[in-house]
Write a protein that binds this ligand. Structure first.
Ligand SMILES: *[C@@H]1O[C@H](CO)[C@@H](O)[C@H](O)[C@H]1NC(C)=O
Ligand SMILES: *[C@@H]1O[C@H](CO)[C@@H](O)[C@H](O)[C@H]1NC(C)=O
Ligand SMILES: *[C@@H]1O[C@H](CO)[C@@H](O)[C@H](O)[C@H]1NC(C)=O
Ligand SMILES: *[C@@H]1O[C@H](CO)[C@@H](O)[C@H](O)[C@H]1NC(C)=O
Ligand SMILES: *[C@@H]1O[C@H](CO)[C@@H](O)[C@H](O)[C@H]1NC(C)=O
Ligand SMILES: *[C@@H]1O[C@H](CO)[C@@H](O)[C@H](O)[C@H]1NC(C)=O
Length: 308
C-alpha cells in the first residue's frame, strides 16, 4: 500500500557516489534516527554524523497525532525512499502524512529560518457554498491554529471550525519543537502568506516545510479530537470534550489581499537563500489514494537587501 508521499530533491547541492563515506554516513543515520525520533516525546530528532566533507545533517519530525511505532516506520521508509527518489543527492526532503525527513551536507540545523524546500499542495476543487465567507473563515482558522500551535509546548495543534451554515473545516499545524514560540510563529507567517496567495478558495491544502507545516481539509483527517475548536455565534454547540478549548471568533471584515506579490516579497525577505516552492495540485482523495500531478514550479529569487 503506497502512502501519499512527496519529495523535494536538491539538484544543485552536489551528489555522492556509491560506496562513498557520505553514503555510509547516511546509512548510519538511517539506522539510528527513526528510533531516536520514536523515543522522543515530541517525535522529533536531529543528528549529525561524519566529518567535513562527508558530514551529513538530518532532521525528522512526525505528526503530533501519530504514535511512536508509526513514527519510527515512517522515518525508516523516508530514508529508503529519499535515497531512491533523490538518488545520490546530498540533500533531499521527503514528506508523508505521518512524518517528514530532510538530510543535507549543509548544516541547515543551525538555522531556524524557513526552509527552501517547501511544498505546496492543494485540492483542485474550490469551495462551492458561501465561498467568500468560507475563505475568510479559513484564514481565521489558520491564524488561530497558528497562534495556538506556536504557544503550545509541542508546537502542535489540531483544530475544527464550525460556524453557522458554512462547511466545517479541519486544520493541523506543527512546528519542530526546538523552535521558540516566536520562531514558530514566524514560520507560520510564511504559511499564511503562501495560503493567501495560492490557496484561496481551495477545498483543501497543505504547506509543507522542514520547520513548520499546515494542512486543512473539509473532512477530519487527524486522529483524536481537535485540541482547538472555533465556533462563531454558536454558543449552544457544546465543546467536544474537556480537552477542547472553545473560542469565538469573528470573520475578518475584509477579504484577504488579492495582491499576492506583496505577501510573497515579504516572505522572501525572511529567507537568506533562494526559495524553491514546488506547487502540486492534489485531487480530492478517492479511496485514500491521492492522485497528484505537478502544476507548476515557481522559483522565487530573493531580493538582496542591505549587507545580508
Ligand atoms: C560498492 O560495493 C559493493 C559491495 O561491496 C560492490 O558490489 C559494488 O561494485 C561497489 N560499487 C562501486 C561503484 O564501487
Ligand atoms: C499506532 O498507530 C497505528 C496506526 O496509525 C496502529 O495501527 C497501531 O496499532 C498503533 N500502535 C500502538 C502501539 O498504539
Ligand atoms: C478554482 O479556483 C481557481 C482560482 O479562482 C480557478 O483557477 C480554478 O479553475 C477553479 N477550479 C475549479 C475546479 O473550478
Ligand atoms: C491572528 O490572530 C491574532 C490573535 O488571535 C490576532 O491578533 C491577529 O490580528 C490575527 N491576524 C489576522 C491577519 O487575522
Ligand atoms: C499561551 O499559553 C499560555 C499558557 O500556556 C496562556 O496563558 C496564554 O494566554 C497563551 N497565549 C496565547 C496568545 O494564546
Ligand atoms: C468533563 O467535564 C465535566 C464538567 O465540566 C465533568 O462532569 C466530566 O466528568 C468531565 N469528563 C472528563 C472525562 O473529565
Amino acid at each position: 500500500l503506497a502512502a501519499a508521499q512527496w519529495q523535494s530533491c536538491a539538484n544543485n547541492n552536489g551528489n555522492y557516489t556509491p560506496n562513498s563515506t557520505y553514503q555510509a554516513n547516511l546509512r548510519l543515520l538511517s539506522s539510528t534516527l527513526p528510533k531516536k525520533a520514536a523515543s522522543n516525546t515530541n517525535l522529533f530528532a536531529t543528528a549529525t554524523v561524519g566529518d567535513v566533507p562527508d558530514m551529513v545533517h538530518a532532521l525528522t519530525l512526525c505528526r503530533g497525532d501519530f504514535n511512536a511505532s508509526a513514527c519510527q516506520s515512517c522515518v525508516a521508509t523516508a530514508f529508503e525512499d529519499a535515497q531512491q527518489l533523490c538518488a545520490y543527492n546530498k540533500e533531499a526532503a521527503v514528506y508523508y502524512d505521518p512524518c517528514m525527513l530532510k538530510f543535507s551536507n549543509k548544516n541547515f540545523l543551525a538555522t531556524t529560518d524557513t526552509d527552501n524546500q517547501g511544498l505546496l499542495l492543494y485540492n483542485t476543487q474550490n469551495f462551492t457554498t458561501n465561498a467568500d465567507i468560507t475563505q475568510r473563515l479559513l484564514f481565521t482558522l489558520i491564524n488561530s491554529t497558528a497562534q495556538s500551535a506556536a504557544n503550545s509546548s509541542r508546537r502542535f495543534t489540531t483544530s475544527r471550525l464550525d460556524v453557522g451554515s458554512s462547511p466545517t473545516l479541519y486544520c493541523l499545524m506543527q512546528c519542530t519543537p526546538d523552535l521558540t514560540a516566536d520562531d514558530c510563529m514566524a514560520c507560520f507567517q510564511s504559511v499564511l502568506s503562501v495560503t493567501l496567495q495560492y490557496l484561496g478558495g481551495r477545498q483543501g491544502g497543505r504547506v509543507l516545510g522542514v520547520r513548520c507545516n499546515m494542512r486543512y481539509e473539509m473532512y477530519p483527517f487527524f486522529q483524536g479530537d481537535p485540541t482547538l475548536r472555533i465556533i462563531n455565534l454558536a454558543p449552544e454547540v457544546p465543546a467536544i470534550n474537556n480537552n477542547t478549548t472553545p473560542a469565538t471568533v469573528q470573520p475578518p471584515a475584509a477579504a484577504p489581499p488579492p495582491d499576492g506579490k506583496a505577501t510573497v516579497q515579504e516572505q522572501n525577505g525572511r529567507s537568506s537563500r533562494k526559495r524553491a516552492l514546488l506547487i502540486i495540485a492534489v485531487v480530492a482523495p478517492l479511496s485514500s489514494i491521492l492522485l497528484c500531478f505537478i502544476c507548476s514550479v515557481v522559483w522565487m529569487r530573493r531580493r538582496r537587501k542591505g549587507s545580508l
